[in-house]
Design a protein around this ligand. Structure first.
Ligand code: UGA
Length: 324
């Protein structure tokens, strides 16, 4: 099968490319390697895929790419590219979020409308819910984002629904719940925490540590994407990890697995939701989704990956984490 993956060099994108290649697909990646974090890290993420004869990369911005040409002949388009991160999306940065999350998605949908892939899978986000009215949260709960980032992810999701109902583009929007695993973005909690525990340095804990997340292992997420693409399902579905854990519990787990990190407490950050928890019944009914990697197992894989990272790459990671 021929697939296109936007955001191929990102954390989730690089794992997805590897899964699709392992399944025998022909994969075209699109990524302009933005400097949200060190592009050399993204190149490193892609090294496995780049070595593969069925993979090729277009290093181009979605808003400048000849998208109809690139998407032509693709059976599935996985649209993962975007500007991530809830906390930095305020102020002047918002323009970048609108451009990379809303305008870029509209450009992908316009191209898809013309070339007609069998499925378009959009990587949406649990951040569309904000502080939800109920937990575990079902897709029918009214979305009320509390970050500008969440607003742009929701806008792009609405665009997917519009192109589905208006033009018959078979879109699936997967609301991903705090994805973690090896190669996690250096601005996210687990990569910072595991690095602090394995290599030393401080972990800055925002808020009291009582905030909870439905952390989802990246292997489960990319499997959900491929399974959703292969199914008849269209519409919106949550993809969560199956349990709700506080940051204090995560700290305890990491301490058990890798030793105690030094923790510095900072105030709760604007844009952070208090809790997330996914009701995954729609994903189960739609494409058989059941998360298979528990938090302890997934964190152990992150610790193992951190320990085996060569010092030069670890330096890159630390620098990228400090900058973002
Ligand atoms: C993550 C991603 O960053 C978003 O791109 C994604 O859309 C979102 O998940 C989602 O599920 O929709 P977040 O839940 O904030 O957002 O993920 P983390 O950065 O891993 O944060 C988890 C918790 O740890 C938050 O409460 C955060 O405040 C806290 N945290 C994060 C810290 O205490 N210290 C840090 O250095 C980073």
């Amino acid at each position: 099968m021929r697939c296109v993956v936007t955001g191929a060099a990102g954390f989730v994108g690089s794992h997805l490319c590897e899964l699709l290649l392992a399944r025998g697909d022909e994969v075209t990646g699109i990524d302009c390697l933005t400097d949200y974090y060190d592009p050399r890290l993204k190149e490193a993420h892609l090294s496995g895929a780049l070595a593969h004869e069925r993979f090729r990369l277009h290093r181009v911005d979605l808003l400048e790419a000849p998208l109809e040409q690139v998407l032509d002949g693709a059976e599935v388009v996985y649209h993962l590219a975007g500007q991530p991160g809830v906390r930095p999306s305020w102020g002047a940065e918002f323009a970048t979020y609108v451009s990379r999350n809303v305008l870029a998605t509209q450009a992908v949908l316009e191209a898809a409308r013309r070339v007609g892939p069998a499925k378009l899978v959009y990587a949406s986000s649990s951040s569309v819910y904000g502080d939800a009215e109920s937990y575990p949260t079902a897709e029918t709960v009214r979305p009320r984002p509390v970050s500008p980032y969440g607003v742009t992810k929701l806008a792009a999701e609405h665009l997917c629904e519009l192109y589905r109902s208006g033009f018959g583009v078979p879109t699936v929007s997967l609301r991903l719940f705090t994805v973690y695993g090896p190669r996690q973005r250096p601005d996210m909690a687990f990569s910072r925490l595991v690095s602090a525990a394995v290599r030393g340095g401080e972990f800055e804990l925002y808020g009291t540590g009582t905030q909870t997340r439905d952390f989802t292992f990246v292997g489960d997420v990319v499997r959900a994407m491929a399974d959703a693409a292969a199914s008849e399902f269209t519409g919106v579905a949550n993809v969560g990890g199956g349990s709700r854990t506080s940051m204090t519990e995560v700290l305890d787990l990491v301490t058990e697995l890798a030793g105690a990190p030094v923790v510095r407490r900072l105030p709760t950050q604007r844009g952070d939701v208090r809790d997330t928890a996914a009701d995954t019944r729609v994903a189960f009914q739609g494409f058989g989704y059941v998360p298979s990697t528990g938090l302890r197992e997934g964190l152990a894989l992150m610790v193992e990956a951190e320990r085996s990272t060569v010092p030069a790459a670890a330096g890159l990671l630390a620098a990228a984490g400090a900058r973002s």
